[in-house]
Design a protein. Structure first.
Length: 284
């Protein structure tokens, strides 16, 4: 409760109110709620509560589709885990395996990981899931839509069949529900949909502008937004990089996130954007 209080949270969201009691009772759960509804805390709170700090083995695995999401979830999880004397480690590509190996060897109890990196460690035998108690598949629609289904099955083949499993997703098409049935046992299905959450109030505007005038129009829009953070999407890596250089030369606090960056550089860009050091983030 102290850790949650430090996050500035005093009242659970609807998905948290439904999921936390069910997971504390060791039920398998399918949770559906839109992005920003609090799904991460919904499973993170019971997860750290049910792990045993006295056991120096991996007891919980949270599988996510991207390294950025792994970092985001890991930061939330670490704040809660510290209160229970639990250790969290992240496994994702784009960096050396050795620090991850050391973290696992030192007795990490909670792992937040991407599928490919998890399989790397399983194949190298630097990760053991024999003591796994809880398995969470976050962004289930993204995971299965991206073709990670076979990877998930290979990962779960290394885990005990007697475990608690939870799947969370912003959307739940029928094919995801059918696929999830292979991983979960008599799950409690909890849906927080449009009847509970009002549609987000987002204004959509389209401007038809000739190529020669787009840069000037973009500057006008950026200048009108005040100090609020802004994300600008471009079509190509080269275009995004060029645009960032143009805006930087004019004094804008801008940086670009594109595929040619190293993992350390990507993390630095995201950290600067979150902290407000970078106001305008360019992406593909």
């Amino acid at each position: 409760m102290t850790a949650i209080g430090r996050m500035g949270i005093s009242t659970p969201t609807p998905i948290q109110s439904c999921v936390i009691p069910a997971m504390l009772q060791a039920r398998d759960v399918v949770g559906q709620a839109r992005t920003g509804s609090g799904k991460t805390l919904a499973y993170a709170i019971p997860l750290v509560t049910r792990c045993d700090p006295a056991l120096r083995t991996v007891q919980a695995l949270v599988l996510v589709p991207t390294r950025e999401l792994a970092i985001q979830i890991g930061q939330v999880m670490a704040q809660l885990a510290e209160a229970h004397r639990l250790h969290v480690t992240l496994l994702y590509g784009g960096r050396s395996l050795e620090p991850e190996h050391r973290a696992l060897a030192s007795g990490a109890q909670i792992v937040v990981a991407t599928p490919g990196r998890t399989l790397d460690h399983l194949q190298r035998r630097t990760l053991s899931l024999k003591g796994l108690r809880l398995f969470v598949l976050d962004e289930g629609d993204e995971m299965l839509d991206r073709g990670f289904g076979p990877d998930v099955e290979r990962i779960l083949s290394h885990a005990p069949s007697q475990r608690q499993t939870a799947l969370f997703s912003a959307t739940m098409p029928e094919w995801v529900t059918r696929a999830a049935a292979r991983y979960l046992r008599n799950p409690l299905v909890l849906k927080i949909d449009a009847e509970t959450y009002a549609p987000p109030e987002v204004e959509h505007i389209v401007y038809e502008i000739e190529s020669a005038h787009r840069f000037g129009a973009l500057r006008t829009l950026l200048d009108q937004q005040g100090p609020d953070p802004i994300i600008v999407f471009g079509r190509t890596k080269h275009g995004v990089k060029k645009l960032a250089l143009q805006l930087k030369s004019l004094g804008y606090a801008v940086d670009a996130l594109q595929g040619n960056l190293s993992q350390n550089a990507r993390e630095r860009v995201m950290s600067d954007f979150r902290s407000g050091k970078v106001r305008v983030l360019l992406e593909i």
